[in-house]
Structure formats: structure tokens, C-alpha cells
Design a protein around this ligand. Structure first.
Ligand code: MN9
Length: 292
């Protein structure tokens, strides 16, 4: 299978005024990202508020994205849940829609051991014909994979890659060196250029929903060895990301989209809407960094 490279927005889930998934906005956000040169989408992740959606809504959202993308990009479906059987169900549904890969956060809340995580990913891989991408995200899942754990996952040929949402660049570089054939994604947008410096060729990010053009540009500049220019673009992106972190990234991403004219509603409760002063602060930072 061809390796995944390029820019993959971790797609938000848009809601309408009644709090239902807004299929028209799915289309508009997808179009806007495709016009900026993204290579595909990561659907059903944290940015998509998956753990605040019902299983039916998760399936519906994925169906809408597949329809909207219409073959113009590769789709990775995050089917992460708590129980293997539920994950397999979502994985089979994603497979039936023709996605390019499935991905999953490690089951969280219960403290499973590493044998159980390895078995989890192997069970998923066995249940579908599409490849699997593991998700290393210690800050949210509470699980820190050691490099030797990642090696255990990667002995399965159907596990073709990893979304690395961790600040551990040492681990990232070790994994890339050992597994050049695997698709390794940078999962922290603020580290996109740093990850490129150690050889990463793909990214999955929440801020790609509204500023994908910056990351497309960084990748191009890197390919032309124009590192200093790439640094200034990453600096702009980072100023925006810092502001988002202050207000809450997912709420901030939706607010940024709204300021750009793509109203995707608010994040679901228990998230609370941003205050007007936070939106104002965000607007200023977005303006200063060429996003509005
Ligand atoms: O999917 C996102 N990860 C999480 C990627 O949301 C956990 C990132 O894009 C971060 O939101 C971003 C800010 O830390 O890098």
C-alpha cells in the first residue's frame, strides 16, 4: 500500500442550531480544506468530538464525509472506543464505506496492560481488510507507549502506521528510522516542522480545519530546502495554536471556522461556549497571522 503523506485535517463535527450533525457544513468544510490542498481527512477523532457522539452519529458523520470527499482524498476513520467488540463494529462499518485506513486511540479509562493493547490492535486488524493506524496520544489517553511497545504493534504488517500526538521527538525519530515503510503522522500541529526535520512526511491536525494552507506551504518549503521560510510559517501557525490552547483547542477551532464564515456550531456539552472576550482575542491573533 502506498504510504500516507501530506496534510490530513482531524475533521471537526459540525452541528446545526438544534445540535444535530450538519451535513451541509460537512461538505463546506471538506471543500474548503480540499481547495487548500489537503490530501485527505482523519474522521472521528478527538477534534471530531467522537466521545460526545452516539455510535449512530459517528457512523452518520463518516458517511457524510465519504460522500463529500467523493474520492478526492484518502479517509482515515478513527473508530476508537472502550470495548474491542464495539470497535470492530465501527471498523466494519468504516470498511464498508471504502475508507483507506482505520485508526484507534487505545481503549482508555480502564488501565489495560500492554498485552491487552497489542491484542486490541491485532483484533481490529484481523476484523477488516483495511490497514490500521495506531494512535499514540499520552496526554488524552493517559497511556504512554514506549518505543518497544510501538515495535510490538508494528510487527503486524496490517498495522501500517502511527499518529504520534506526543512531544517526544526522540521516540518519533527512532521509530521512523527503524520503520521507514510505515506511515507516521505528526499529530501535534505546533511540531509539524520539527517532525519534518526528523523525516515525517504526514500530519493529522485539528488546526488544519481552518489553516491547512500554512502546513501545505511548510511541506513545500521543506521539500525545497527553504527551512528559514518554513520556520516563519510555523511561527505564525504557532502563535495561533498558542491562542487556541488558551481557550481550549476544539472550541477554538470551531470559533476560528466561524470567524472565517463556516459556522459549525459549538462543541457539545459539557464543553461551554467561548466568552466574547476570548473570541475577540482569537480574532486578533487570527488576523495578525493571516488567517482572516
Ligand atoms: O489531532 C490534535 N490532537 C488533539 C490532532 O487534539 C489531541 C492536534 O491537532 C492538537 O489539537 C494541536 C494542539 O495541541 O496540535
Amino acid at each position: 500500500m502506498e504510504k500516507f503523506t501530506g496534510i490530513f485535517p482531524a475533521l471537526i463535527t459540525p452541528f446545526d442550531k438544534d445540535g444535530r450533525i450538519d451535513a451541509e457544513m460537512v461538505e463546506r468544510v471538506v471543500e474548503s480544506c480540499l481547495a487548500k490542498g489537503v490530501n485527505g481527512f482523519y474522521v472521528g477523532g478527538s477534534t471530531g468530538e467522537s466521545y460526545l457522539l452516539t455510535a449512530e452519529e459517528r457512523r452518520y458523520m463518516l458517511e457524510q464525509v465519504v460522500k463529500a470527499v467523493d474520492g478526492r482524498g484518502r479517509i482515515i476513520a478513527n473508530i476508537g472506543v472502550f470495548a474491542t467488540a464495539q470497535g470492530i463494529e465501527l471498523a466494519k462499518h468504516a470498511e464498508s464505506l471504502g475508507v483507506s485506513a482505520i485508526s484507534s486511540v487505545p481503549p482508555f479509562y480502564f488501565p489495560f496492560n500492554m498485552d491487552e493493547y497489542v491484542q486490541y490492535y491485532n483484533d481490529l486488524a484481523e476484523s477488516v481488510s483495511v490497514p490500521v493506524i495506531i494512535y499514540n496520544i499520552p496526554a488524552m489517553s493517559g497511556i504512554t507507549f514506549k518505543t518497544s511497545d510501538i515495535e510490538r504493534f508494528f510487527t503486524n504488517d496490517k498495522i501500517i502506521g502511527m499518529k504520534h500526538t506526543s512531544y517526544d521527538l526522540f521516540q518519533l525519530q527512532r521509530v521512523l528510522e527503524e520503520y521507514p515503510e510505515k506511515s507516521v503522522f505528526c499529530g501535534h500541529d505546533e511540531l509539524f516542522l520539527s517532525a519534518a526535520a526528523v523525516g515525517v512526511q504526514a500530519g493529522i491536525g485539528s488546526t488544519f480545519n481552518f489553516m491547512a494552507e500554512k502546513f501545505v506551504k511548510i511541506q513545500k518549503l521543506v521539500s525545497e530546502n527553504r527551512w528559514t521560510e518554513a520556520q516563519s510559517v510555523q511561527n505564525e501557525a504557532n502563535a495561533v495554536i498558542e491562542a487556541l490552547c488558551k481557550v481550549g483547542v476544539f472550541k477554538g477551532v470551531k470559533a476560528a471556522l466561524k470567524l472565517q464564515g463556516l459556522d459549525c456550531g459549538e462543541c457539545r456539552k459539557p464543553f461551554q461556549p467561548l466568552h466574547e472576550s476570548q473570541v475577540q482575542m482569537l480574532r486578533n491573533v487570527l488576523e495578525e497571522n493571516g488567517c482572516l
